[in-house]
Ligand binder design. Structure first.
Ligand code: GAP
Length: 502
């Protein structure tokens, strides 16, 4: 993760928000390369999910909506995470991401040590030794098997256990409060009144904008069951513990589809179909198939609206974590909005000549999390020969051409040869009409290649003397293999079109 964060800052992909004021926890800004990568991911998703399908329509709804929507959806009452406070360190933790394990010596439990998800065993043991030392048993051996295996979530702790627990950054035991529900929606006020009637919320998911507009789209479009509505947009959550770079932030973007189906449709088969579509899409933007697994939610862990949920998990630098949630939300949301708004959410289905409130399958994906997955999959280090032929370490981002910020870079072999520069500039301008391309005339050609490798530009195009003196062909270099071949201009455009837009 450190390598990725360092590269992102150094090359202008991602910066901490408000960095000149020391940053702002849980918020990130995207620099010149980051915004390109981000836009390419969104465009690829939109093209594949909306433009290239006949059964999905697009939508762009507002971030702030009538507060009644969040009452109907259940978010005002139920969208929360369990929180515990540490009275000693003043830190806050998500109780379902904080664990505790017993410190046992000679069969006697001396206390408990609390630690965050992902803490390594030596660190846990070091904290456990504090409890041992405070009990005056400095020379005794801690039961390391129990410490490693008998861990529980803080949500399951009793008051008596918490009284004996040493929190991660505390200097004494018993500093953790009982878990309590912490509301995740950001509040704001709309209009000139400052009282409670003005309270509104920044949306925590884009999905409700889709449900709220479902009727408009049914009434104005030509949709018929099954059909989907897709939306890309910002979402906000006052996460208790934003962490792991852009993986969990407080302002992020989602790409969501609500796919409406008949109540008697085989939702399990459709759920499977959607999971496969999502996996294929992730592979199409460069994630290795073997890095994606499935996590089927146990019934007692389902979100309040869900009938079944399977998360597509990705091997992030900090471990295997949720990337894409594919939930079967039944008719919960539409029925709730029907009840609270008094407007019918029924659709007339020509095929079965019947009226019903449809059920829904919801593939919901974070843009930022996808971007982190793309960066993780692309990051690699290898050795290639430099201009003098000696092996040199290189950092390379092996982005799929579909999402790469720059699709190609154009280089005149020498910048002090006007005849090379003229042809190179002409080709650059021509390519620029179609794609985001880079022009670089300065430095040794090997160094120019390396600079592009580090930002993931898949193709290098060099104009040399053969171009101007012989047949007009250019050298096309592949970023990953470093192989070079000569191509005509027509071949170059065909090749790039296939690689980038195919
Ligand atoms: N409408 C359903 C929904 O919002 P979710 O599992 O809470 O479900 C869907 O979120 C996706 O949004 C997640 O799989 C993840 O990719 C992304 N996401 C959720 N919370 C996030 C956060 N705090 N930071 C970045 N991405 C987040």
């Amino acid at each position: 993760m450190e390598d990725i964060v360092g590269l992102c800052k150094r090359r202008g992909f991602i910066f901490a928000s408000s960095e000149i004021y020391g940053g702002y926890n849980g918020f990130y800004d995207y620099g010149p390369l980051g915004v390109e990568l981000r836009n390419n991911i969104k465009q690829a998703w939109w093209r594949d999910m909306v433009h290239r399908r006949d059964d999905i329509e697009g939508l762009d709804s507002t971030i702030i909506m009538h507060p009644a929507i969040w009452r109907a959806s259940g978010h005002i009452d139920s969208f929360s995470d369990p929180l515990v406070d540490c009275k000693d360190s003043k830190r806050r933790y998500r109780a379902d991401q904080l664990f505790f394990a017993p410190v046992i010596i000679d069969g006697e439990t001396l206390g408990y040590v609390a630690f965050m998800e992902g803490t390594d065993q030596p660190t846990i043991l070091k904290r456990a030794k504090k409890i041992r030392d405070w009990a005056g048993k400095t020379q005794s051996k801690i039961d390391e098997v129990a410490l490693a295996n008998d861990r529980k979530e803080m949500t399951e702790s009793t008051e008596a256990q918490r009284a004996q627990t040493l929190a991660p950054e505390a200097g004494r035991v018993g500093s953790l409060t009982a878990p309590r529900e912490f509301k995740l929606m950001f509040e704001t006020k709309v209009g000139p009144l400052a009282d409670d009637s003005a309270v509104a919320y920044l949306r925590p998911e884009t999905a409700q904008g889709i449900f709220a507009n479902y009727k408009n789209i049914v009434d104005t479009g030509r949709v018929k069951i099954p059909f989907g509505i897709a939306q890309i947009g910002k979402a906000f959550r006052n996460e208790i513990t934003p962490r792991n770079f852009i993986f969990r932030s407080r302002e992020f973007e989602q790409m969501e589809i609500e796919y409406f189906i008949a109540p008697d449709a085989d939702w399990k088969a459709l759920h499977r179909e959607w999971l496969d579509t999502c996996i294929d899409w992730l592979v199409s933007i460069g994630l290795p198939r073997e890095s994606i697994t499935e996590d089927v939610h146990a019934e007692d862990k389902l979100a309040f609206y869900s009938q079944a949920t399977t998360d597509l998990m990705f091997q992030f630098p900090h471990g295997e974590q949720e990337l894409w949630g594919v939930a079967c939300r039944s008719d919960y949301d539409l029925k709730q909005h029907q009840k609270h708004s008094g407007k019918s959410m029924e659709i007339f289905d020509e095929a079965s000549k019947s009226k019903f409130v449809p059920h829904v399958i919801e593939p919901s994906l974070g843009v930022d999390r996808t971007l982190l997955a793309v960066l993780t999959a692309a990051y690699s280090e290898d050795e290639v020969p430099n201009d003098k032929g000696t092996a040199e370490k290189r950092i390379v981002l092996k982005f799929n051409p579909r999402v790469a910020p720059y699709k190609a870079a154009v280089f005149p072999l020498l910048k002090n040869k006007p005849e090379l520069v003229e042809v190179a500039e002409k080709l650059y301008k021509k390519l620029q009409r179609r794609w985001n391309v880079f022009y670089d005339a300065s430095g040794a050609i090997g160094r120019r290649y390396r600079r592009q490798d580090e930002i993931g530009t898949p193709f290098g195009i060099t104009i040399d003397f053969e171009t101007i003196e012989k047949d007009g062909t250019v050298t096309l270099r592949d970023r990953d293999t470093c192989e070079q071949r000569r191509v005509t201009e027509a071949e170059l455009f065909d090749f790039l079109e296939e690689q980038i837009d195919g």
